[in-house]
Ligand binder design. Structure first.
Ligand code: NAI
Ligand code: MG
Length: 342
């Protein structure tokens, strides 16, 4: 286990680790062990808490202490939180809160398996998740407002274009950006998303730009996922497309994501807290490790990130499988295999 050399950071990089609820702590712990094996002592981990468990103990799902810890870090690796489906007084999902408070405007979800090598970049701060809901007639008609702004669209699409250029170096073929919208129906809101996206993308002449209506996008993503490179979409479309895409590349147990802002990155597996398997030692750690690789890349440890990706690729091809992937292996067996390949 030789720590990867060549990354520029000299002082240790301080990162927060937030397990959260359910399988969150199990998979974050696994990912931290892999990262430490790759990076040696270049990462200084700081433990922080949020989620349903701490809400039950203290009445706060996102403690101020956690926000303070995050302010002193370059990024964080987060597991998952459990959120009840019914309203609970004083409880809001801390991760939705954090994305907004830390202005983590681009959500990146790579989809890789075999010939598939795509990434969904989702606008992360507005759209239908702006939280503007109200009754028009109590109990009868509910209205949700969908917010699309030029500013949020611009920076998300610019992020997607820069990502497309950096991926081109690795992938070979010319970069392609697919702009997803439904501007034929939502003429103002998706119209603004479309117009802004095409304007921003025009500033990147090396990128082949195409647009796709979200419904046919869902169809074509399933039918011919290999043709896509970077897909950029408003919040809810991106959320749905990336979960559909996860099913094409091995399921929720293997797909990681990163919430990115200018100064901070919060990486997390796409999956939730999986209460059905929590505490049984069978969670697939791969999604959390893949998230950690995205985090390393964002905090300037690109070589270490690439090494983690290689280890994941070898593990995926020949390593033991956890039950979600049809195997009988436990989390610990997968972790041992990953560590052996570092
Ligand atoms: P989920 O992703 O937790 O689980 C869906 C299914 O996938 C379950 O059968 C689970 O066992 C399986 N699964 C998920 N991750 C796995 C892994 N690493 N290895 C093996 N199997 C895995 O989604 P669900 O059940 O809809 O939600 C459970 C809880 O998680 C809810 O309280 C929900 O609010 C929360 N959640 C939190 C998220 C977050 O913190 N970002 C995201 C999604 C859900
Ligand atoms: Mg989702």
């Amino acid at each position: 286990m030789t720590p990867t050399s060549g990354d520029s950071a000299l002082a240790p990089v301080r990162l927060a680790r937030i397990g959260g609820d359910g399988i969150g702590p199990e998979v974050v712990d696994a990912a931290v062990r892999i990262v430490d094996a790759v990076c040696g002592d270049r990462i200084e981990w700081v433990e922080a808490e949020m989620g349903w468990g701490i809400f039950e103990r203290t009445g706060r799902a996102l403690p101020e202490a956690t926000v303070t810890i995050l302010a002193g870090c370059a990024g964080a690796l987060f597991g998952a939180v459990s959120s009840p489906s019914h309203a609970v007084d004083g409880y809001r999902s801390p991760i939705v809160d954090l994305r907004r408070r830390l202005d983590l405007y681009a959500n990146v979800r790579p989809l890789r398996a075999g010939a598939i090598d795509a990434v969904v970049v989702r606008e992360n701060t507005e759209g239908l998740y702006a939280g503007r809901e109200r009754w028009q007639r109590e109990g009868e008609v509910a209205i949700a407002e969908r917010v699309i702004s030029r500013r949020a669209t611009e920076r998300t699409v610019r992020f997607a274009c820069e990502l497309a250029l950096s991926r081109a170096a690795r992938r070979g073929p010319s970069p392609r950006l697919t702009v997803v919208h439904k501007a034929n129906v939502l003429r103002l809101s998706d119209g603004l998303f479309r117009e802004t996206a095409l304007e921003v993308a025009a500033g990147f002449p090396e990128i082949e730009v195409e647009e796709q209506l979200v419904d046919s996008m869902a169809y074509r993503l399933i039918l011919e996922p290999e043709r896509y490179d970077v897909i950029v979409a408003p919040n809810l479309y991106g959320d749905i497309l990336s979960d559909a895409g996860a099913a094409l590349v091995g399921g929720l147990g293997v797909v990681g994501s990163a919430n990115c802002g200018e100064r901070f990155c919060l990486a997390e597996p796409v999956h939730g807290s999986a209460p059905d398997i929590a505490g049984r030692g069978v969670a697939n750690p791969v999604a959390a490790v893949a998230s950690a690789a995205l985090l390393l890349d964002r905090v300037g440890l690109g070589n270490a990130a690439a090494r983690v990706q290689e280890v994941l690729a070898e593990h995926g091809a020949a390593g033991p499988r956890t039950p979600d992937r049809g195997g009988g292996g436990k989390t610990e067996k997968a972790v041992a295999d990953l560590l052996r390949r570092v």
